[in-house]
Design a protein around this ligand. Structure first.
Ligand SMILES: [Zn+2]
Length: 410
């Protein structure tokens, strides 16, 4: 088997791996200004997508330009999320270099889409492929690729612990080579239950004191997780932004969430904001919780809520995930002010941060890899891939961290 790394190696973003020159695993984009895409133009026979996050699926429609029509294989939620993200990218950046496709290519996605459940093997470009639940977001998959000679397990993003929205990964299919993500290879997460308790207690305190809590959250996964947390802790809330339509979509795919009844209760507990900014400003004056995109304050209805709540010290902004360097969310945590909608704003409201991660931490990754002590390990999707590969070698693994552009015979 031959594997070429077109992106997502020694970096996070634009994941793309070409197997045997004809099977493409993921085709993502690295968000930023300007966004970056996988290196090389590829013309694969078939495409397999691990999950519906921008850095794994964001550039997929561009594979359907001209006469090219490779089948795209994914789980049903990944298909829906890919279409949602593509339409959003087109709306934000259509007609510029930042959007490598048009409405025409998005329409073709539905024509070539082939959906599969977990543990149902299928054929793609002469390979046998099997998806296993990766426990990251609904529909996320480990991808097992068998070319008759070598079995490659592409872990993609995974979590070993249960979240309220999805159960952690338990599948450890036999493999000769494991291509393993390493986003948090040097981080130890606090136990999820403890994080949730602190979050709920803090929100309750603000509500008792008469304040408003804005909870910026990514649309995919995190918004639904926060709605589940609110419901489980008897916190009334509003939900706004792209997370609303993702929540509705997941209700149509109940087999890909951990507890469909709990998600239904969480959806009923949350009031969906469908109005204009006038309504949003009125809600921001209420003594309530607002779960809204974007998770790093770079757009979405948060652009209305943050200016509306920022001046009162009784109010609170509770960040729910890692804030990338250079984003307004990171700026707010570091400096107490942020550029919102083009204007620098000092924030008097309390700002807190909670690590509701959807990735395995160091212990989780090591626990996963313990099942693969006889396999060869390739480390990708991280900021310190080479260092982690070296730590694995010291622990007895045969491990390396390929770079973008590298080709490996395995
Ligand atoms: Zn992801």
């Amino acid at each position: 088997m031959n594997v070429r790394f077109l992106g997502g190696a020694r970096e996070v973003g634009r994941s793309a791996i070409l197997v045997n020159d004809r099977l493409l695993l993921d085709y993502g984009m690295l968000t930023g200004n300007p966004p970056r895409f996988p290196v090389d133009d590829v013309d694969p026979e078939a495409v397999v997508v691990s999950h519906g996050h921008l850095d794994h699926v964001g550039a997929v429609p561009s594979l359907l330009s001209g006469d090219r029509r490779p089948p795209i294989h994914w789980t049903p939620p990944t298909r829906e999320l890919a279409l949602t993200l593509a339409r959003d990218t087109l709306k934000l950046h259509g007609g510029t270099y930042d959007c490598p496709f048009t409405e025409t290519e998005i329409r073709r996605v539905t024509q070539v889409s082939e959906t599969h459940g977990y543990r149902e093997s299928f054929e793609a470009a002469g390979h046998e492929i099997t998806f296993y639940n990766a426990g990251h977001i609904p529909g996320s998959a480990h991808v097992l690729v068998d070319d008759g000679d070598t079995r490659l397990l592409y872990t993609s993003d995974f979590h070993t612990d249960d979240q309220r929205l999805v159960s952690g990964t338990t599948a450890r299919p036999d493999a000769d080579v494991v291509l393993c993500e390493s986003t948090y290879s040097d981080v130890e997460h606090e136990a999820r239950a403890a994080i949730e308790d602190r979050f709920a207690e803090s929100v309750r305190t603000t509500i008792w004191q008469g304040g408003t809590v804005v909870v910026p959250a990514f649309a995919i996964g995190r918004t639904q997780e926060m709605l589940l947390v609110c419901e489980a802790n008897d916190l009334d809330c509003y939900v706004d932004g792209m997370g609303k339509q993702v929540t509705r979509m997941l209700r149509r795919n109940p087999e890909f969430v951990r507890d469909a009844d709990a998600l239904q209760r969480a959806k009923s507990n949350a009031r969906f904001v469908d109005g204009a900014d006038g309504q949003r400003r009125r809600i921001a004056d209420q003594n309530t919780v607002i779960v809204t995109t974007s998770g790093m304050l770079s757009g979405g209805p948060a652009m209305t809520y943050i200016p509306a709540v920022r001046q009162r010290p009784t109010n609170k902004i509770a960040m729910t995930g890692y804030q990338v360097e250079g984003t307004p969310g990171r700026d707010l945590l570091d400096t107490g002010s942020a550029e919102i909608d083009g204007r620098r704003m000092p924030v008097s409201a309390q700002v807190e941060s909670y690590d509701f991660s959807a990735h395995a931490d160091r212990d989780g990754i090591l626990e996963f890899l313990d099942a693969y002590r006889d396999a060869r390990v390739l480390v990708n999707h991280g900021d310190r891939c080479e260092a982690f590969a070296e730590e694995l070698r010291a622990d007895g693994f045969e491990a390396t961290a390929p770079a973008v552009g590298d080709e490996a015979g395995i």
